[in-house]
Ligand binder design. Structure first.
Ligand code: GLA
Length: 412
């Protein structure tokens, strides 16, 4: 979704799905003057490790965060889908979608709707193609997933929309098929050639677990993140550099070029010795891109093992290594993010920080740190002060825990 800080400064705001449901129900009633029939949610995510590996058929280890997008809806008397949101001023009115219409995609893309509405309409159009037809609807969206911060506000919106469509149609999709449908919505309607990670975790997350996902086979393993002495601290740098979608697509192209040069389907299939052996034939940039992906896959598998054994020291070390690889080989970090990771590392394990790295697509956004629960406030405070002093920017920090994936609140 487009960047906005509108939902990031709420005071005495309650997090979690129940609070999101209450807000969405109230918002719907205020806007449309009647009660909502359905409320669907989907969480944002933080990726613990495994960055830019998903579209290389590799491994990722994200977890859902307790920040949700909630969508409240009810049948409309008009023959339209009307979308309104607590975060965005402009509304969208679109003709109710047809089960199969060859022109639907171009009609949605050329409609003068605000850009965020395309995520919803695009997902609904693809749901209709899969037989989940929602008909005329009034829809209210309320989200406390920080927007444009690398915490997957777009995936949360797509997945909540697909879950709503399932509830209305009275049919469910296979979880990974649902994630892929939402990924397609992002490709086709937002022009972002993302991998499968964000949508998969928003669909498949279970409370108290991170998800080790094999992005080639779709196989998943739930990894417990329920040690009460350790928490996940997210630091939003509140910066977003460059045209990140263009940079993202260019990293994808670099990885594709590396795989082609190595004669393999995807970088998942390459080993470091194989890459080293081909070094002379590869352009140095392509070599470094491939090295990041190959080593990141190994780190992700190792981190999943370490976390499962509650070996936080090893998991944290792998996170630092991941950051260096993203910064130097994949070149997707930025000075502000590096300040946050460096400040976390300087605090050190003795004072409660196990590890830290940038999370998400890159060029700004957030860092994720594993920290001792009883030191989290002090650490957050120190990071805030150091970041502000070195960059002049106010960061947003919060502790989060591994949350539940998408679900329906039931008929309101
Ligand atoms: C974005 C994409 C994901 C993934 C990450 C980088 O979040 O949506 O598919 O590629 O970047 O790991």
């Amino acid at each position: 979704m487009p960047t906005s800080s509108a939902n990031q400064s709420a005071i005495s705001h309650e997090w979690g799905p129940e609070a999101a449901a209450t807000r969405a129900a109230h918002g719907f009633a205020n806007r449309f003057g009647r009660a909502a029939t359905w409320i669907a949610f989907a969480p944002g995510r933080v990726n613990l490790i495994g960055e830019h590996t998903d579209y290389n058929d590799g491994f990722v280890l994200p977890m859902a965060i307790d920040r949700y997008t909630a969508i409240a809806a009810a049948r409309s008397e008009e023959s339209t889908i009307r979308l309104a949101s607590a975060q965005m001023p402009e509304e969208s009115i679109f003709a109710a979608l047809l089960t199969s219409s060859p022109n639907q995609k171009s009609e949605i893309l050329s409609h003068p709707s605000p850009p965020w509405a395309r995520y919803v309409l695009g997902t609904l159009a693809l749901c209709a193609d899969s037989g989940l037809h929602v008909g005329p609807l009034d829809v209210w969206i309320d989200s406390d997933v920080p927007l444009g911060a690398g915490l997957s506000s777009s995936a949360a919106l797509e997945v909540a929309t697909a879950t709503l469509a399932e509830a209305i149609a009275g049919q469910t999709l296979d979880p990974m098929a649902k994630a892929r449908l939402c990924q397609q919505a992002e490709h086709q309607y937002a022009g972002m050639p993302c991998g499968i990670m964000d949508q998969a975790i928003s669909v498949c997350a279970t409370l108290g677990h991170a998800l080790l996902l094999d992005c080639r086979t779709g196989e998943t393993r739930q990894v417990a993140m329920d040690d009460p002495s350790v928490v996940v601290l997210i630091a939003n740098s509140n910066v977003k550099h460059a045209l990140c979608d263009g940079e993202y697509a260019s990293r994808r192209a670099d990885c594709h070029a590396a795989a082609s040069a190595l004669g393999i389907v995807a970088l998942r299939d390459a080993s470091l010795p194989q890459l080293d052996a081909a070094a002379k034939q590869l352009n140095p940039t392509i070599f470094r891109r491939a090295r990041h992906v190959i080593t990141e896959n190994d780190r992700t598998l190792a981190a999943a093992e370490a976390i499962a054994r509650r070996n936080w020291t090893t998991a944290g070390q792998l996170m630092y290594e991941s950051h260096v690889s993203m910064r130097d080989d994949f070149e997707i970090s930025c000075p502000e993010i590096d300040v946050l990771v460096e400040a976390a590392k300087n605090i050190g394990e003795a004072r409660g920080v196990f590890g830290s790295r940038m999370t998400g697509g890159g060029f700004g956004g957030c860092t994720v740190s594993l920290v001792k629960a009883d030191s989290a406030d002090r650490i957050a405070d120190k990071l805030r002060r150091e970041y502000r002093a070195r960059t002049g920017i106010e960061p947003t920090l919060f502790v989060t825990s591994a949350a539940q994936g998408t679900h329906i609140a039931g008929r309101a």
